[in-house]
Design a protein around this ligand. Structure first.
Ligand SMILES: [Zn+2]
Length: 311
């Protein structure tokens, strides 16, 4: 079965993963490139119990039985792998995201289950190891959410006209290299300290920053080359612009406003992780993007309590 041609479209993926054994083999081959590893003793000798789709460790002191789901985002989930894999296919290959309502209907699971599935998949989409950006780097802030959407039009106008970044909005920072890699994070409030911490975490010292005219960057001092663009006057001065990161913001906002409607600030970083993933993998094909997420399912767990912040 592993020699069958791998799926390249959603239709093919649904057909291909309709066989539970194929799902198990596929996930196993991506998470354990050199064969299954016992989660208890890290032994590599085992039997496969085909009827129960579990491995049994051969180590005499261990004898642990383990499934392909153990230690992954799939652990403890009653949802079968065929539905998980189709959900990953959908979310990894969607430019604007997929709401839990859409996924629930498409997959035949409840909206609540779909919401949890999506958040766990976003965890697998999170960038694992991150290498700081170097060279010419666009850095920018944007503001998401707030209660403006529920306000009366007059009030909303007043609030929005009063400038970028009202107090009820969450500040998000992003950086983009000139070859098109993006990183972004929620910083809470736009303060000089938060902005500088983001830059130091994501950009190598000595790199050239292109930013807007926000004064908070000045505290970075001589550690970076720094060019600013004053949006009150112009948007581009030769190389000096932030158009790349701004196009990422419009993508993020399109997803947040169109697909997800309202996102609580607590969950915002997960939607950002999702958009960063699809953006940074935009040149890959659907199968490659899907496989990148499946490869990252191991070593990541997310419980209902963690995802909801309850308990
Ligand atoms: Zn073992």
């Amino acid at each position: 079965m592993a020699t069958d041609r791998l799926p390249t479209t959603l239709m093919e993926a649904i057909r291909y993963f309709s066989d539970e054994d194929v799902c198990v083999q596929f996930v196993a081959s991506l998470r354990w490139a050199d064969g299954p590893i016992c989660p208890r003793c890290e032994g590599t000798e085992h039997y496969y119990l085909a009827s129960r789709r579990v491995w049994k460790c051969k180590d005499k002191r261990c004898h642990k039985q383990f499934s392909v789901k153990v230690g992954t985002i799939f652990e403890d989930s009653p949802i079968k792998l065929d539905k998980w894999l189709c959900a990953i296919w959908l979310i990894a290959n969607s430019k604007n995201g997929i709401s839990s309502y859409e996924l629930g209907r498409a997959n035949g699971i409840t909206q609540k289950s779909a919401w949890f599935v999506l958040h766990r998949i976003r965890l697998a989409m999170q960038t694992g190891s991150f290498e700081k950006f170097d060279g010419e780097v666009e850095v920018d802030e944007t503001f998401i959410g707030g209660k403006a959407r529920n306000m009366h039009a007059d009030v909303r106008k007043r609030k929005i006209v009063s400038g970028r970044g009202g107090n009820d909005k969450t500040a998000v920072m992003g950086a983009r290299t000139r070859d098109g890699k993006v990183t972004a994070a929620v910083i809470g409030k736009r303060t000089s300290a938060n902005v500088n911490a983001f830059v130091r975490d994501t950009v190598e010292e000595g790199a050239t920053l292109y930013t807007d005219a926000y004064g908070g960057y000045r505290a970075l001092g001589a550690d970076y080359e720094h060019e600013t663009i004053d949006h009150a006057e112009t948007y581009v001065q030769g190389q000096v612009h932030t158009n790349g990161i701004e196009s990422f913001w419009s993508l993020l906002k399109r997803g947040l406003h169109g697909t997800y409607i309202s996102v609580e600030p607590f969950h915002l970083f997960r939607y950002i992780d999702e958009r960063v993933f699809t953006y940074n993998n935009r040149e890959a094909d659907d199968l490659a993007r899907f496989s990148t997420v499946v490869e990252a399912v191991a070593g990541r767990r997310l419980t209902w309590q963690q995802v909801t912040g309850k308990g």
